[in-house]
Design a protein. Structure first.
Length: 344
């Protein structure tokens, strides 16, 4: 089947091409640097399947353009589908498939990396030493051992983070989820309500999907309920956080450390080199001025293992669709859902 791949980077081309050839999928792959949006949808003309990435435009007008020119399958190369208008896809007869499982370890390990880098000021230490400053000024950290972590969303990724902090670092782990994991409970994870988690945690890490319920889960109210000096990490979706409220929390010292791999307005910047251009997003610019903030460009998923699995599942989804096989990777619109904001 002919598959038009949008927002494709050299690494996407490398992994998709290799897996397509070595594992005998035999699809016709057409790569575009451009992100999928109204102005570029026509590039997919003649492709029964398109494969966009997380920050592409999946609104009704784009989906309508795709459907009109013969596309029948949207094969996402991501787990998250919060920005897909699933209602529109359904109306237009488009099937949407995603990659529910690639490497949860990739994102979980990156979450721990952010927490450690913030706590031990690794970025500052690196530049100090490179500039010949071997003093320890400004590098004081704290032991994670014995601290309390609060994990919001204990699915695949949050579950690994919880277990790692509990067993690897000797943290007490509080968790909040709509569904409780017996396995994690047996390990010693304590499920509490969200307010108690915020009140008790030295480190809050977000791993729930972006839904109507979780939009701006971190806002002025929840920040006021957190421990002063808390470390907040978000490797899930930018919309979980009200950025303005977090900036005020940082200025007031209520938030002591912030690690973001995702940002609500990331679609304008992330995955691209803007180093020679002006950043005209005032909130992003402000975040980048804080010494106790690390922002990374949605790289949690970016490991060899994850890219290989994303390629394999995406190409497998296209084959299942082509051969009319049913698949649990089909994303369905649920009643009451708006703009597909539901799961990841
Ligand atoms: P998952 O579906 O395995 O787990 C999500 C958990 O959140 C589930 O246990 C679910 O019950 C829980 N949840 C749902 N609604 C909730 C609510 N209102 N409050 C509390 N918990 C709620 O998902 P997975 O694979 O662990 O992914 C988690 C997040 O990480 C997703 O948002 C995904 O988009 C994001 N992600 C980020 C990546 C990155 O590169 N930074 C890469 C892959 C995923």
């Amino acid at each position: 089947m002919r598959l038009s791949i949008f927002s494709s980077k050299p690494y996407d081309r490398r992994f998709l091409t290799r897996v397509n050839e070595e594992e005998g999928f035999g699809h016709e792959l057409v790569f575009y640097d451009a992100r999928l949006e109204e102005a570029t949808a026509q590039l997919a003309h003649g492709s029964a399947a398109v494969s966009p990435f997380v920050n592409d435009d999946f609104g009704r007008p784009v989906l309508a353009d795709l459907a009109e020119q013969g596309t029948r399958l949207v094969a996402l190369r991501s787990a998250g589908f919060n920005n897909v208008d699933l209602g529109a896809a359904h109306d237009l007869g488009l099937t949407v498939m995603h990659v529910p499982d690639y490497s949860p370890y990739a994102v979980a390990e990156f979450t721990i990396a952010l927490a450690l880098a913030l706590n031990r000021h690794l970025s500052r230490a690196y530049t100090h030493v490179r500039e010949g400053d071997f003093s320890l000024q400004g590098l004081l950290g704290f032991d994670l051992h014995g601290k309390t972590a609060g994990i919001v969303g204990t699915g695949k990724i949050g579950g690994i983070v919880a277990e790692t902090l509990l067993r690897g670092f000797g943290c007490r782990v509080l968790a909040y989820d709509l569904y409780l994991s017996d396995r994690l409970r047996r390990l010693g994870v304590e499920y509490v309500d969200l307010d108690d988690l915020m009140r008790g945690a030295d480190l809050v890490s977000l791993h729930c999907p972006l839904t109507e319920d979780t939009y701006h889960l971190i806002d002025r109210r929840s920040i006021a309920g957190m421990k002063p000096g808390v470390m907040l990490i978000n490797t899930s979706r930018g919309g979980l956080i009200d950025t303005g409220a977090v900036i005020d929390g940082l200025k007031a010292g209520r938030i002591g450390y912030l690690g973001l791999d995702v940002y609500e307005e990331e679609a304008r910047y992330f995955f691209e080199d803007h180093s020679t251009r002006l950043i005209d997003d005032d909130e992003l610019s402000r975040l980048l001025t804080f010494p106790n903030v690390i922002v990374t460009s949605h790289q949690g998923f970016f490991t060899r293992e994850a890219l290989e699995q994303i390629a394999r599942t995406t190409l497998g989804n296209v084959r299942d669709f082509e051969e009319g096989r049913s698949s649990s990777n089909v994303v369905r619109a649920h009643p009451g859902e708006q703009n597909g904001r539901r799961a990841a």
